[in-house]
Design a binder for this molecule. Structure first.
Ligand SMILES: [Zn+2]
Length: 480
């Protein structure tokens, strides 16, 4: 018995020693200096052009609604990017824009850059300036859509505008796609995918919004990180109903429908019954981020082979993000009882919003909830559901090229893949490419990130100028 205990301790000691030695070999590359010189002319150009784009309030629309703001926006784009409009073939699919720049070698697979034209609504309440004014304050430009997603459109279009002026012609075809209803999950991007599919087009790489250069995504990191979204979680809305006889609340029976619903919600929230799993891409994210932490975290993240159980136990405790990256999440968002204070509801319901994981799709996540619902005699109805997107290949040469360009243009930041919790139009493009990647080469602070879809949305002008340089380099150097 004693020998067994000693043996266990000896093995543990050896494993920890190996982990320590491995950790000592994980060296963070020195934080490089960004050589790009941003001039006042660059800043003024970004302010003028993005300002003009923001001043058209392109709030999301379905294809059969009034699209006049979008057509006005198209005219603004023609004025701001004349070279693009002279050189590219433009197709308008009910407001959604699809452009094609013909390359010199038709045998090479085209690439596609994308974003979206639409914005979420905003009134001026709480803003430092009118919401659609594109006002510059201390080097940042404010306005709905300034970050999400007109900054992405701007850096892509401006890079190409300048390359055309320099006489550059790309080796492969380059497409651009900007839908009118990304924010409402509309059909714009899907219609563009159908259009390209009918033409038999396969894309080498797709780059959309979603990832960015973010400020220390996990506390304790020593640098900004360029995070590349390689997949996005699924989405499901459920209506969970309890049925009963109703009646007067002065003589309530046991186990009323509302109480059963609450007990169910309580148990789900406490138990969090979905499967926790570290997909290889999250594993890789931690591996890429490990060098920029101090010793303790570096040892944990750099030795997942040893600390996986500990990491998986800690992640959900440390932050809601840590849990969301490991498993399906379920959040109860709406509820309805009876219409009066003194009436027992006959069929109260809850709405649950789930974000399903890559490893436990909508059907499987629903089956988990059904088991608990049966226990409380509840019915579940699916309002809408879509599974997580496929996962892009982080070992492809296209992914490697993107990271190589990021390291060249932004030598002061780290690079890592990650999982998107929300949704982007990029998910539709997995049908045309195994490299559908979400990365906008624009630096954003945590405050700027939080201001997306909120008041005082803004983006830093010098960050936009850097983004333009990035795409110029990406397109000019593209050799795949
Ligand atoms: Zn967006």
């Amino acid at each position: 018995m004693q020998y067994a205990v000693i043996a266990v301790f000896a093995v543990l000691a050896v494993l920890i020693l190996v982990a320590v030695i491995r950790t000592l070999t994980i060296k963070a590359p020195a934080i490089g200096k960004c050589e790009t010189e941003i001039t006042k002319e660059d800043i003024d150009l970004c302010a003028q052009k993005l300002g003009d784009m923001v001043r058209v309030p392109t709030v999301s629309k379905n294809e059969d609604e009034d699209l006049s703001q979008f057509y006005k926006f198209h005219e603004v784009l023609e004025e701001l990017f004349p070279n693009v409009h002279k050189t590219f073939e433009k197709t308008v699919l009910s407001g959604t824009l699809l452009y094609r720049w013909k390359g010199t070698d038709p045998s090479r697979r085209p690439i596609l850059f994308m974003g979206h034209q639409d914005v979420v609504p905003a009134d001026d309440h709480g803003w430092k300036c009118p919401a659609y004014s594109g006002t510059v304050i201390d080097g940042d430009i404010y306005g709905r859509g300034a970050m999400d997603c007109k900054s992405t459109m701007f850096v892509e279009l401006e890079a190409i505008e300048e390359l055309i002026a320099e006489g550059f012609v790309p080796p492969c075809d380059i497409y651009l796609e900007y839908a009118i209803n990304e924010e409402t999950g509309g059909d714009g991007a899907a219609s563009a995918v159908r259009y390209l599919k009918e033409k038999g087009i396969e894309l080498a790489i797709v780059i959309d919004e979603g990832g960015a250069i973010v400020d220390r995504p996990i506390g304790g990191m020593d640098r900004q990180y360029a995070v590349i979204g390689v997949t996005e979680k699924g989405y499901m809305d459920l209506k969970i109903t309890a049925r009963g006889k109703g009646g007067h609340s002065s003589t309530p029976p046991r186990n009323t429908p509302a109480a059963r619903l609450f007990a169910f919600a309580n148990e789900i929230e406490k138990k969090r019954p979905f499967k926790k799993h570290l997909i290889p891409e999250v594993y890789e994210m931690f591996r890429c981020m490990a060098p920029s932490f101090s010793f303790g975290m570096r040892m944990l993240l750099g030795n997942i082979w040893l600390f996986k159980p500990l990491l998986m136990a800690l992640m959900p405790v440390v932050s809601p993000f840590g849990e969301a990256i490991l498993s399906t999440t379920c959040c109860f968002t709406m509820m309805k009882g009876s219409d009066a204070c003194n009436v027992i509801p006959k069929e109260p319901y809850l709405i649950a919003n789930l974000r399903t994981s890559v490893h436990q799709n909508c059907e499987e996540s629903l089956a988990v909830l059904k088991k608990y619902a049966d226990k409380y005699d509840l019915e579940i109805e699916v309002i809408q559901a879509r599974d997580a997107s496929p996962v892009s290949n982080i070992h492809s040469k296209e992914y490697a090229y993107l990271t190589e360009c990021i390291k060249k243009q932004f030598p002061d930041v780290g690079v890592a893949p990650y999982v998107i919790m929300g949704g982007t139009d990029c998910r539709h493009f997995h049908a045309l490419s195994e490299n559908a990647l979400r990365f906008c080469p624009v630096r954003m602070s945590n405050e700027q990130n939080a201001a997306c879809h909120a008041v005082n949305e803004n983006v830093t002008l010098s960050a936009l100028a850097e983004g333009v340089r990035f795409f110029k380099m990406f397109i000019k150097g593209y050799y795949l």
